[in-house]
Design a binder for this molecule. Structure first.
Ligand code: NAD
Length: 334
């Protein structure tokens, strides 16, 4: 099976590509994977170094219909990770978010329709639902996004689902909670805090740190996407829920403890504009297909801390002296 992974040089996409390659090789098959990635600031060829020569890489934009018409045909499965993903950047300027997350998704879905692609998975987020005080969203909850990032992801989801309903495109949409793990760009809260603490710096905690997020190890997310690709139904949404619901304060405690630091290393910064209080997903529908997360938060976080500790050559060029985005000392989870 020939698989096209758009956004495959980013955090989750590159973990997914590594999973595809190791699964194929474990079964004695040659991996048949193409990565299409624009290589924005978040896309990094180093993320694919361990599979270099075993996947085909195309640098390009999912908004480029001409390029898609050349690249998409011949692939049996297309999985779309390509997106602008950092909420704080979307609050400063949402132009690229609308362009890639809405128009890019539309161009990709159209290219899949034109090519007659047999299976498509569009990767999305719990943030499209807004914020939920108690309980958890099921897949039929209405979208009610608050940040420009979430609004652009909701727009892309709607286009993908409309292509399924109107044209019969065999696309499923996955929505996941907050991911953590290796190769995450150090502007998101977990790698930002780890790399700051490893460098002897303080970490910026929004407000009182009461916002709640549901954390999932990136490898569990990738397994969930694969279950949807293989067993999910066209035109359906599937949730991939986390394994640890934590306030940002609790998360900070875990990170400080994991790195042998205390609360003197925490700097309280003004809260993010429009900061959603809580996200929570019900994943019953995906579990009915046989999915279950395998990595506990404690184990996953310990291995993630260890990865950043031993891979400073990967993250040091990204943070420089001043950090990844000095104007934006953000603990933003996404
Ligand atoms: P990321 O920012 O690390 O990577 C995004 C990748 O997309 C980068 O490699 C970038 O170069 C590429 N890209 C951006 N614009 C492009 C374009 N126009 N054409 C081609 N490539 C382009 O993001 P991530 O954290 O890996 O997220 C991947 C997907 O998962 C996104 O759709 C995101 O909304 C979704 N998601 C992320 C999380 C999370 O916690 N990180 C949670 C739920 C869902």
């Amino acid at each position: 099976m020939q698989i096209l992974v758009t956004g495959g040089a980013g955090f989750i996409g590159s973990n997914y590509v590594r999973m595809l390659v190791s699964d194929a090789e474990a079964q004695g098959r040659r991996p048949q994977v193409t990565v299409l990635d624009k290589l924005t600031y978040a896309g990094n060829p180093a993320n694919l170094e361990s599979v270099a020569g075993r996947v085909t890489f195309v640098q390009g934009d999912i908004c480029d219909a001409g390029l898609l018409a050349r690249v998409v045909p011949g692939h049996d499965l297309v999985v779309n990770f390509a997106a602008e993903t950092h909420v704080d950047r979307s609050i400063e300027d949402s132009g690229d978010f609308v362009r890639t997350n809405v128009l890019g998704t539309q161009a990709l879905m159209q290219a899949c329709l034109d090519a007659g692609t047999r299976r498509v998975v569009h990767v999305s987020t719990d943030e499209v639902y807004g914020s939920i005080a108690t309980g958890a969203w099921s897949e039929d909850a209405p979208v009610s996004p608050n940040s420009p990032y979430a609004a652009s992801k909701a727009g892309g989801d709607m286009i993908a689902l409309a292509c399924a309903r109107t044209h019969g495109l065999p696309v499923s949409v996955t929505r996941c909670g907050n991911n953590y793990g290796p190769f995450q760009y150090p502007e998101k809260v977990i790698p930002l805090f780890i790399t700051n603490l490893l460098r002897g710096r303080r970490v910026p905690l929004y407000g009182e740190g009461n916002n709640v997020r549901d954390w999932i190890h990136v490898e569990d997310h990738c397994r969930g996407i694969q279950v949807v690709a293989e067993r999910g139904a066209a035109g359906e949404v599937y949730h991939i829920a986390g394994t640890a619901e934590l306030t940002n304060r609790e998360l900070t405690t875990h990170l400080l403890e994991g790195l042998g630091c205390d609360w003197s290393r925490v700097e309280h910064v003004p809260d993010r504009k429009g900061h959603d209080l809580r996200y929570a997903l019900s994943d019953k529908k995906l579990r009915a297909l046989g999915y279950a997360p395998a990595i506990s938060f404690d184990r996953g976080l310990a291995s993630t801390i260890d990865w950043y500790r031993t891979h400073s050559a990967w993250w040091e060029p990204l943070v420089g002296d001043a950090g990844p985005s000095p104007a934006r000392p953000s603990p933003a989870p996404q």
